[in-house]
Each structure stands twice: as C-alpha cells, then as structure tokens.
Design a binder for this molecule. Structure first.
Ligand code: ZN
Length: 74
C-alpha cells in the first residue's frame, strides 16, 4: 500500500512510492518529490489524514498512478 501525504505548506497531496515511510523525509513520492528538509504530513493524526484526502493529488503522481492502473496507453 502507498501512502497519501503532503508537505507542510503544500497545496497538493502526493502518493508515496511503495514501501517508503512517511516518517522518512528522504522518501520520494511517485513524482519524485521529497519534503526534505521538511517532513511528509498526512499520517500523523486524523486531522492530517483528512487534509491529505482533501488536497488534490499532484499532476505527476496522478499520471503515474493512471499509468500503473491502466497499463499501456493507446
Ligand atoms: Zn506528486
């Protein structure tokens, strides 16, 4: 399972790469972003879960998720 996370001042959410911990600030999202020197948020409390769910997913992460879910494009 991947985790939906966001940066502290982020206006979008990201999907972490599989096996990456949201507690690791060097853990990259699917789009390659890292929160370093900050941290990922979104898994620490119910408030953070809610915020991560409300934020729109970043375009780069969306593309990769769609690619993985849909397989080959026409
Ligand atoms: Zn992203």
């Amino acid at each position: 399972m991947s985790e939906r996370v966001y940066m502290v001042d982020g206006s979008v959410a990201h999907e972490l790469q599989w096996g990456c911990s949201p507690n690791n600030s060097a853990a990259p999202a699917l789009c390659g972003r890292q929160p370093w020197p900050g941290d990922w948020y979104g898994t620490g409390s119910q408030t953070e879960y809610d915020r991560a769910a409300e934020l729109p997913l970043c375009g780069g992460c969306q593309q990769i998720l769609r690619h993985q879910a849909g397989g080959a494009s026409p």
